[in-house]
Ligand binder design. Sequence first.
Ligand code: SAH
Length: 685
Amino acid sequence: MKTFCGRANPTTGSMEWTEEDENYDYHQEIARSRYADMLHDKDRNVKYYQGIRAAVSRVKERGEKAIVLDIGTGTGLLSMMAASAGADFCYAIEVFKPMANAAVKIVEKNGFCDKIKVINKHSTEVTVGPDGDMQCRANILVTELFDTELIGEGALPTYEHAHKYLVQEGCEAVPHRATVYVQLVESKRMWSWNKLFPVHVEAEDGEKIIVSPSEMENCPGVPSVCDIQLNQMPSSDFTILSNVMTMFSVDFSKPVRSASTCYRVQLEPVKSGKAQIVLSWWDIDMDPSGMINCTMAPYWVKSTSAFQWRDHWMQCVYFLPNEEPVLQGEKVYLTACRDEYSVWYKLQKARGEEEDKADVRVESPVCRCQAHLLWNRPRFGELNDQNRTCQYIKSLTKVLKTDSVCLCISDGSLLPVLAHYLGAKQVHPSKIDLYHPDEFFKANHLEDKIKIIEFFFELLTSSLLEDKKISVLVGEPFFTTSLLPWHNLYFWYARTAMTSHLTSNVTVLPQSASLHMMIVEFQDLWRIRSPCGTCEGFDVQTMDDMIKNSLNFRESKEAEPHPLWEYPCKSLSDPQLVLTFDFRETVPQHCLSTEGSVNLLRKGKSHGAVLWMEYHLAADISVSTGLMQVSNEKGNCEWNPHCKQAVYFFSSVIESETLSDLPSAVTYAINFNTKTGEIAMDFKL
Ligand code: SAH
């Protein structure tokens, strides 16, 4: 069987569908999965084990046989815990075939074949009865079906079904209960991920302000959760407006209802300010006493001793539909609504006692302005970065003349508007998916001044350009289809394809780009790619082998994108320029490759290399999409907070405790294939 996989082609900027081997999806899923991260989550594992032991003993004390249902068994870990704790039998359900196969092997290797039956089905397909998958209903329900938002992976409908058909009434559930917490905050930084702030442009004829259309100002946005490593958000970047409140909880030992519902809490702001954001996280109590608790609370809420790094569960940022001023001590209502899979919030000023509960219903937000569909949260942040905008303004000022005919190539970009204000005679933004351009230009009274050309660059014709040649070609560059930093080199391909429409002395901005690389030691991110060996005494090496095999599938020596502001690391080498791309010239026919070595300057573990692009807008003006600075002698790095960087994990880690045993260098070979637009790399330690 073949499957089709969508992938953006960096040489054309468009999505292409390629036919892949049926194993392709599996390997992608396993290689990039969070199983390793879960198995490294000591806090989670220990608490599940304690909760499972307690549940098994409660059932045994009642004189019953302990029959366990483990929904979503993954490696089989929780079933093996139950069997070790004395459970009489476990039904381990796993829908994902490669994982179910792995679970069979792991269960066998650990000697639990007679106690654990792995069933490769979705739990809603499981049958009970003498000829069924399960002989009888279970009296212990064990699951780990939660995501950062708790319910996003479908835990509620799965529980609802399990209580109806698969477990006995009064069953023990591990976890026993989940509770969702919220805290109201004001944060310019996080709000800038959701609304476009006015952009200030110093033009020759005075300051201009670019504003967003009212439709966008008032747009409630999209309900999709913004999940981040909130522990990397410094406390100076937000103001707490309320105490931590319990929003709602779910008791998993009782029938669960997945139907849409709302919850409301009254809160008394501890500070006056602009309510913009609801920060949220959850905890799970593994047993009814609440003594075995696993929490995602961020650093300012929980004691440092409880800290466990994890990437499979983080914290949620919810944007209120609009910012609301709140006054200290003046009560407000916060409403959380949820459907089966997602949660959204609304803030209301307190009203009278007689308030009708039905009034509380809040519809799921629907983006009306389209910007929330086309710009993701980091992109909003990037467009709101006034420092970055300043660099573009400065360089546009340098290159634009009153007779410039300017074409912009970037998705959903403000460059056309900037270029217009900075004096270009004629400005043409390109690409059809520019966010609602008409509305945007109208709000800024530019509708007659900027002509949008809808085209794919291959189809650009002289008549579309009114027989003029382009004298200034600009790009940020930024394209929504880019996954890795170098995918924005699509700008170079577009520039090449439209060469015949450019004047002979065209100015291209950026004039060039460069790829930079640095060897780093991660504080925690290394865990997601590190083998586990054993987990709570169980041999899970089969899983390690499986991940390794998937990573090696088709020998893909691939880097992966990560937003490194969320994942602290320290530099072990100086940043090194590895390749440059000259946009003043067309894309060459031959590949661009480089080899070299980079010196290790600090002791530490070389987990991998980080790669990023820098764009040279004009002489002396550059923007970095990666490293901003190395902040101290320890080598702590500061990364561009709006971009993902490319991380290449080394398959073996070199470790040095002292400077004297430090291997002096890492050698590398990096190749940019101009035919495919992809970069392949190899490192030797
Ligand atoms: N229990 C393991 C793995 C948890 S990951 C552990 O704690 O380490 C969750 C797993 O549940 C995934 O492998 C996913 O494929 C599976 N899954 C999710 N919903 C399911 C359902 N309703 N039925 C069967 N498997 C499910």
